[in-house]
Write a protein that binds this ligand. Structure first.
Ligand SMILES: Cc1cc2nc3c(=O)[nH]c(=O)nc-3n(C[C@H](O)[C@H](O)[C@H](O)COP(=O)(O)OP(=O)(O)OC[C@H]3O[C@@H](n4cnc5c(N)ncnc54)[C@H](O)[C@@H]3O)c2cc1C
Length: 410
């Protein structure tokens, strides 16, 4: 057996890190403060969408958001102003430029290919309702559709659909939908099924799980961590991965204050008539609403509420999502709905935060996947496991230098 590693936090990032380390012959224990049955990695849209889709932080985003705010349709809300959120907003605005966009799209492509390859391999091991058959970006604003559709003419991976083709593929939309741009290389999956079967797969392979144990601090010695201190017990290991999602209080104990904010999102999962169900995963681009078909249900997701970590919600937030969608779809019955909220660990430039801790050499951060944790979880798990397996320093890792916010002013 190689090293003995503790992964703190069993979301998609922690579990994929555990999966990759186990595959490389390391002994792994996952510790979670909950029971890994409903964290953010469960209730999200499940899009694997690294290709041809612009990041959140992009030119024009601020004007677009203000326009939606005036129409009372903005998904964005800021819950409480703190010095950290002001700094986050400043960095977000600073990063939303053309040069950064080009760079981010190239990085998404590079690391998206790694993730997609892992999903193609994983689905041979267990089921997670994986469909590598594209994602439709559906438009209700004619000008933005016409503008974006121009790029599709000779594009190998993008296809412009008019209203007729959109209705054929997404039978629940109405005449007010202008068209869609179909991104052929993206995929979707059922995230809860992925998480449940991944836990099962890891247990079968000998990965240990300690649940309902919150790690609150570390014991340090000679620039290393020797113990993770839980509320109940303490745990020794050679290496520790911190993959605690939007809760960064534990990373702060190492002196590393990750620049990310919790960004609350909502999902409604329900059954709908089969003949109205979308035949592909859909993103209503102008409304920031995901509409995802699943084997026996559909899921609608939206909203981006920055700042606090409050899990409570008002039904009016879900109603607001459905009301925003209503003008663009035919009437359909929402059968057996379940309502959910979770928090994206959102960085100001859509670039994750991963790598070896600068002060304690056996701590590894794996976080900041924002709105793309399902998309890049496998790639980040792979890269972090590589740092441990080959004992690589950050500055010797091209991947950390390229794709981790540690060296990009965030
Ligand atoms: C509405 C919505 C839609 C989304 N849609 C998509 C999508 O379509 N595609 C996509 O790629 N991404 C999507 N995302 C983003 C994605 O869900 C997240 O990026 C991802 O789930 C984050 O995973 P994680 O492993 O970092 O964190 P989490 O899933 O939050 O897991 C962190 C775990 O750490 C545990 N933990 C925290 N602190 C401690 C501690 N001190 N001790 C022990 N355990 C601890 C928590 O209990 C939790 O289980 C969406 C998110 C939302 C909210």
């Amino acid at each position: 057996m190689k090293s003995n590693t503790i992964v703190i936090g069993g979301g998609i990032v922690g579990l994929m890190s555990a999966y990759m380390l186990n595959k490389k012959g390391h002994s792994v224990t996952v510790i979670d403060k909950g029971d890994i049955s409903d964290n953010t990695s469960f209730g999200n849209a499940g899009l694997v969408s690294p290709f041809e889709e612009p990041p959140l932080s992009r030119p024009g985003i601020i004007a677009t958001t203000l326009k939606l705010m005036l129409k009372n349709q903005s998904p964005l809300l800021i819950n409480g102003i703190s010095p950290k959120i002001i700094k986050w907003l400043y960095l977000f605005a600073k990063n939303a430029n053309e040069q950064r966009l080009k760079r981010t799209l190239i990085l998404f492509e590079k690391y998206g290919e790694i993730s997609m390859k892992h999903y193609e391999d994983l689905v041979k091991e267990f089921d997670f309702d994986f469909h590598h058959d594209g994602v439709a970006m559906t438009y209700t604003d004619k000008d933005s559709f016409d503008n974006d559709a121009k790029e599709c003419a000779d594009h190998p991976y993008k296809e412009a659909w008019d209203n007729k083709k959109t209705k054929e593929m997404i039978p629940c939309v109405n005449e007010k939908v202008v068209g869609s741009i179909f991104l052929k290389r993206n995929a979707h999956l059922n995230p809860a099924l992925l998480m449940q079967n991944l836990v099962k797969n890891l247990k079968e392979k000998g990965v240990k799980f300690i649940l309902n144990e919150e790690i609150i601090n570390f014991e340090f010695k000679d620039k290393k961590v020797i113990k993770a201190l839980g509320k109940v017990k303490s745990f020794e290991a050679d290496n520790f991965i911190i993959s605690t999602g939007s809760d960064v209080s534990l990373s702060r104990k190492t002196g590393t204050d990750l620049m990310l904010t919790p960004a609350k999102g909502y999902s409604i999962t329900f059954k709908m008539d089969e003949n109205l169900k979308p035949k592909t995963a859909v993103l209503f681009k102008d409304q920031f609403i995901g509409f995802i078909p699943r084997r026996d249900s559909v899921r609608i997701t939206s909203k981006l509420e920055l700042g606090n970590h409050d899990y409570s919600y008002k039904m009016s937030r879900f109603e607001s999502i459905l009301n925003t969608l209503k003008p663009f779809v035919v009437d359909f019955e929402i059968k057996e709905p379940t309502y959910w909220t979770g928090f994206r660990p959102l960085t100001p430039n859509d670039i994750p935060l991963f790598g070896r801790d600068e002060s304690y050499s056996n701590i590894f951060h794996a976080n900041g996947l924002g709105w793309l944790g399902i998309t890049f979880g496998p790639a980040i798990g792979d890269l972090v496991s590589e740092l441990i397996d080959k004992d690589i320093e950050n500055k010797k890792s091209d991947d950390v230098l390229l794709f981790s916010g540690f060296y990009q002013g965030c």
